[in-house]
Write a protein that binds this ligand. Structure first.
Ligand SMILES: Nc1ncnc2c1ncn2[C@@H]1O[C@H](COP(=O)(O)OP(=O)(O)O)[C@@H](O)[C@H]1O
Ligand code: SF4
Ligand SMILES: [Mg+2]
Length: 338
């Protein structure tokens, strides 16, 4: 079995609202638990998909594990080394190994620089190279991302969305990354181009043994890309396991609804047997109703169907991830199919 490249243990990241006089007067908690007690691992050559609605904390997980932002608590072990509390200067030599592909296609592409200069800069960050060596390496990178050499003289504004994404991927490869967090890498692209980028990322993984944390709200793309999937809800992972289990045999009501809202063919049986009433699923959401215990309770059709059991809203009994077999973990007191 391949080596573990990343291990994340009980990671939390809280953001603080402005601590003005009014928040003090209101006695409101000023901490936003963007990521709350998240644990997972990633092996070499493996992709973990990270899914969930906008605002659930996906990007914050990605930024925190790459130490682009400081964690509030927990630990991050990268390639056998605890990087949780490393200083910026201690992190610098590790930066080449772990890279971030930003959602924004223009991120990192200086509009005043031609592609050749963008790549030359990237290949020279961690290595001293002559101009000739940098030019050879830049061409090699273009080959790897299937871009024509003629694009070397283009400015970013002259590139299509798909080409910009490829140059962005080439920049990340230029430094020799082993682990890549790809944050919605296909969301700004046309559907036909999305497939090309997915295939490119998969080919590169095979060739280079890369590990990906693949963040996306597009579940079909996540299914294509990922060996395993973690589903987040309000800062927590509520279900995690092999992709086919998460997509086809979800045990958490939220995962089930997320997938069945897109891919109707899945889990028809559960709907037919009344395990989940999809139509009711989103209707019960009430932002004003405080969620204690299980955060999903205000939207959970199983909670409603079971007559609002006290376990689900017991503040002392927030559901924790439990193994339900085959490494499949679920945080729910009444998992589907049990
Ligand atoms: N720099 C920040 N300062 C304050 N709050 C933030 C910051 N970044 C993210 N958040 C908040 O953290 C939560 C998770 O955000 P994010 O990780 O961007 O979610 P996602 O990527 O799943 O859409 C949201 O409530 C968001 O408003
Ligand atoms: S613990 Fe209760 S409220 Fe939460 S997802 Fe499970 S059934 Fe629904
Ligand atoms: Mg995001």
């Amino acid at each position: 079995m391949s080596r573990t490249i990343l291990e994340v243990k009980q990671l939390s990241k809280y953001f603080h609202r402005n601590r003005g006089i009014f928040s003090a007067l209101n006695r409101r908690s000023d901490a936003i638990p963007a990521v709350d007690n998240v644990s997972f691992y990633l092996r070499e050559n493996e992709t973990m998909g990270l899914v969930g609605e906008s605002g659930c904390g996906k990007t914050t997980v990605g930024r925190t594990i790459l130490r682009l932002t400081r964690p509030t608590s927990g630990s991050i072990i990268f390639d056998g080394r605890d990087i949780t509390r490393l200083s910026d200067s201690e992190l610098r030599p590790l930066r080449k190994d772990m890279q971030f592909i930003f959602q924004d296609l223009d991120a990192g592409l200086n509009p005043k620089m031609r592609v050749q200069d963008i790549l030359r800069e990237a290949v020279s960050v961690f290595e001293r190279l002559s101009d000739a060596e940098a030019a050879v390496k830049s061409r090699m990178l273009l080959d790897q991302v299937n871009l024509k050499y003629s694009k070397l003289s283009s400015y970013p504004s002259e590139l299509s969305g798909g080409e910009k994404r490829r140059v962005g991927i080439a920049r990340v490869l230029a430094v020799g990354a082993k682990m890549i967090v790809a944050d919605e890498p296909t969301s700004a692209l046309d559907v036909s181009i999305q497939a090309q980028v997915v295939n490119l990322l998969r080919d590169l993984q095979k060739q280079l043994g890369l590990s990906y944390l693949f963040i996306s709200h597009d579940l079909q793309v996540v299914e294509l890309m990922s060996h395993k999937v973690a589903v987040m809800y309000l800062g927590r992972i509520v279900e995690m396991g092999l992709t086919e289990r998460i997509a086809g045999a979800a045990r958490h009501p939220y995962t089930y609804i997320l997938w069945s809202s897109l891919v109707d063919k899945h889990n028809l049986e559960a709907v037919q047997t009344g395990k989940v009433d999809r139509r009711a699923a989103w209707g019960v959401f009430d932002f004003e109703r405080p969620a204690s215990g299980c955060r999903f309770a205000p939207r959970c059709p199983v909670y409603e169907r079971r007559g609002r059991p006290a376990e689900c809203t017991d503040p002392a009994n927030e559901p924790q991830l439990r193994d339900v077999g085959g490494g499949h973990q679920v945080a729910c007191h009444f998992p589907l199919g049990s």
